[in-house]
Ligand binder design. Structure first.
Ligand code: WTA
Length: 713
């Protein structure tokens, strides 16, 4: 989203550099187990422990046939795992398939009239849209015909900037039908952020929507398309066509005018392709299916490239065993398709299994905190999937709401951030009414699907832990020297996956060296080796493993701040702030928050001759909203007289992070200007108290994160 700042190294090896996590002992109270309800076990897709043997290490990699066999292959593969070009693994090499065929066509024979998607619009008086597999087939084919008509071909990239509407999966599946690589950008991101991703991926087509509802307002979304095209142009990428879906077909909901010759309404184009049938293009297993951009240590976002065969197999398999999806379930994942969770566990996984997946347009607490439970009651949702932030928020604003509604979940999921045991318990007893299992799933944009989580019918739950490694995944915790930290030692380290798996991303689009240096260099034993044992995957999270083999994820060891389950790169935030003329220095730090996990606070030092003012603050805020999006808006912006720095001029982020979190700043004797610390503390903490932001007690791991923040640079 932005470039490197302040002469920091762009060498991505720094992304995998020293972590002090490895050196701390974690004294954390072991939580008690909660057994899965017998009723759940009785019907679970994985209830026979024999499955653990099938996926044991001696059966790797052939064990993953079981996942791939959930799909229809046009041609069966000859090599399950090809390691000839490490660490660019190829799964199911030689195989051919089409993702759209697998998610749509093949369900027609038995389930033509079954709901594939149920879309719940945010306004409660607007009717749901129920889209059967037959209708999904129609829509996907017609839109694929539109794309074909525009000359889009297999391997081309197309950027989507769409909200949570059924047209989004339709668009994705139409791309997949043609072998076109889609790159969906979260609708909440700014036009500028979208434009950066258009340029990076080399897309000539942008697909968007005129507007959508969010917290009661019909937002003008089309305006972002104009900004995106402009931002892409600045980076040298021309967008030829902007395809605009209309939230209400035939009626334009945005104020921003259409650009003649460039912008077209999709509903107009569709009229020419009514009834069109487009043959699914049979794609090699290793052909890219989509790009999903995520943040890293340097400013430039990473386009994580996911494969067709490996990815689809992995999300189908994990949806079956971890989401426990049966064909007649009604499954609702309340995430946004703009994130990897939505790609894997709203669209591809559930549709590959032929189930009914619910899509919700708006915010969970609109118009009130009972909304999710009303939807669940009305639609008979029995599998529910959301994030700790949503659970914390719903617990805060409507702790007694779930009991008022007659719904019954058998399974629930949490994803994206560590969940506090007490929040977990509310999720279990109040939302799940004590009847539903919870799977805490640890994974990443890069991993394609869950990699750390217990099989729900076979492993008891333990609040605060994601559980053991997923089937066929062999996790380990390594110290800085690459030595394995024994389980039960109470010591934290860097969590790695020792072996590849089918869902792992293939590369960073256009940056293969960064792929190797960020994820593999740290623990690679021999760069010439074609033996996967020499290439552990470095995930960038600190973790600790208890005696029973369960993992507890402590958070990022790099410069990424996880806000409400969304990864924001510190450098992206800072370079955006630095684009404001008056700003000399900027530092973003995490602040522990009861609902969002972490929020961002931004410290700013001005160029000489400038005064701190609300105007400069406003400019910084606008810059961040324009470059990244409202989601990244800092909670507070502190304009300080000077930044605490080392003698070599490095900003001590741990010191300001401690100030923002009301915790002890630690040793400041190595600072070049220790006297500024008191000034900053007085300024920031008195302003916070005046706003009613009182000190909050930090847990041991939170305190550790704050006190060492930025030290890995
Ligand atoms: C964090 C989201 C604790 C972690 C699927 C990871 C978690 C980052 C969990 C990836 C979990 C994800 N418990 N932490 N169950 N799940 N994380 O790419 O730090 O948006 O590296 O993928 O979220 O975020 P991403």
């Amino acid at each position: 989203m932005s470039e490197d700042v302040q002469g920091q190294t762009t060498d991505e090896a720094s992304e995998s550099s020293e972590s002090s996590e490895a050196t701390i002992a974690v004294h954390w109270r072991e939580e008690g187990y909660i057994p899965p309800p017998p009723k759940f076990i009785g019907q679970a897709n994985a209830s026979d422990p024999a499955i653990l043997d099938r996926f044991a290490e001696e059966n790797f990699p052939e064990c993953f046939r079981e996942y791939a066999d959930l799909l229809h292959w046009d041609e069966y593969w000859h090599t399950t795992l090809d390691t000839s070009d490490p660490p660019f693994w190829k799964w199911f090499a030689g195989g051919k398939l089409n993702a759209s065929y697998n998610c749509v066509d093949r369900h027609l024979a038995g389930d033509r009239n079954k709901a594939a998607l149920i879309w719940v619009p945010e306004p409660e008086d607007e009717a749901d849209a129920v889209i059967t597999y037959q209708e999904l087939y129609r829509r996907v084919n017609e839109f694929a015909a539109v794309l074909q008509d525009l000359g889009v071909q297999a391997g081309d990239r197309v950027t989507l900037h769409m909200p949570m509407v059924p047209e989004l999966p339709v668009t994705m599946l139409a791309c997949a039908r043609l072998g076109v690589v889609h790159s969906q950008v979260f609708a909440g991101f700014s036009g500028g952020a979208c434009g950066g991703r258009i340029a990076d991926s080399g897309s000539k087509i942008l697909i968007t929507m005129d507007g959508y509802y969010r917290s009661g307002d019909l937002l003008d979304h089309k305006v972002k398309a104009d900004e995106a095209v402009e931002a892409a142009r600045k980076e040298g990428q021309e967008v030829d066509k902007v395809l605009v879906w209309r939230r209400f077909p035939g009626q334009y909901s945005a104020k921003t005018p259409m650009v003649e010759g460039r912008d077209v309404f999709v509903d107009d184009l569709l009229a020419d392709h009514r009834g069109a049938v487009v043959e699914p293009v049979s794609m090699p297993a290793e052909a890219p299916l989509f790009l999903m951009y995520t943040s890293g240590t340097t400013g430039r976002p990473k386009g994580c490239q996911h494969s067709t065969g490996g990815y689809l197999s992995y999300v189908a398999g994990t949806s079956k065993f971890y989401q426990d999806i049966h064909p007649d379930d009604t499954y609702w994942c309340m995430a946004d398709i703009g994130w990897i969770t939505g790609h894997s566990y709203i669209v591809y996984g559930p549709l590959a299994l032929g189930t009914t997946t619910v899509l919700y347009e708006g915010t969970p607490n609109y118009p009130d905190a009972g909304r999710p439970w009303r939807v669940a009651e009305r639609l008979g949702v029995n599998i529910f999937h959301t994030s700790p932030t949503a659970i914390r928020m719903l617990r805060k604003v409507g702790p007694d709401e779930p009991a008022k509604y007659d719904y019954h979940f058998k399974a629930m999921t949490t994803v994206g951030e560590p969940i506090e045991p007490e929040v977990y318990r509310w999720y279990f007893s109040t939302v799940g009414k004590g009847e539903a299992i919870i799977t805490d799933t640890w994974w990443q944009t890069e991993t394609g699907g869950f990699i750390g989580t217990g099989l729900p019918g076979l492993f008891p739950m333990k609040p605060g832990s994601c559980g053991p490694a997923a089937l066929g995944i062999y996790l380990d915790i390594l110290d800085e020297n690459g030595d394995s930290i024994p389980k039960g030692s109470g010591k934290a380290g860097n969590i790695v996956s020792r072996a590849p798996w089918p869902g792992v991303f293939q590369t960073i689009w256009g940056q293969p060296e960064r792929f190797v240096s960020t994820y593999f260099e740290k623990y690679n034993k021999d760069s010439g080796s074609t033996d996967w044992h020499d290439w552990p995957y470095f995930a960038g999270d600190g973790a600790v493993q208890s005696e029973d083999g369960y993992f507890r994820i402590l958070g990022r060891v790099d410069d990424v701040i996880n806000v409400a389950g969304h990864r924001l790169g510190t450098k992206e935030l800072e370079s955006s702030a630095l684009s404001v003329e008056e700003v000399a220095e900027a530092a973003a730090v995490p602040v522990v928050d009861d609902v969002r996990g972490r929020v961002v606070e931004m410290y700013i030092a001005l160029k000489p001759g400038n005064e701190a003012s609300a105007e400069v603050e406003g400019k910084v805020k606008t810059a961040i909203e324009t470059d990244i999006g409202k989601i990244a808006r800092p909670k507070n912006i502190w304009i300080v007289p000077d930044m605490p720095k080392t003698r070599s001029g490095k900003i001590m982020r741990r010191v300001i992070a401690s100030v923002s979190n009301f915790t002890d700043v630690g040793d400041i004797t190595t600072l070049a200007n220790p006297e500024v610390v008191d000034k900053i503390r007085d300024q920031v903490q008195s302003a916070k108290r005046a706003k009613g932001e009182e000190p909050r007690e930090l847990s041991e791991t939170e305190e550790h994160e704050i006190k060492t923040y930025g030290e890995q640079e």
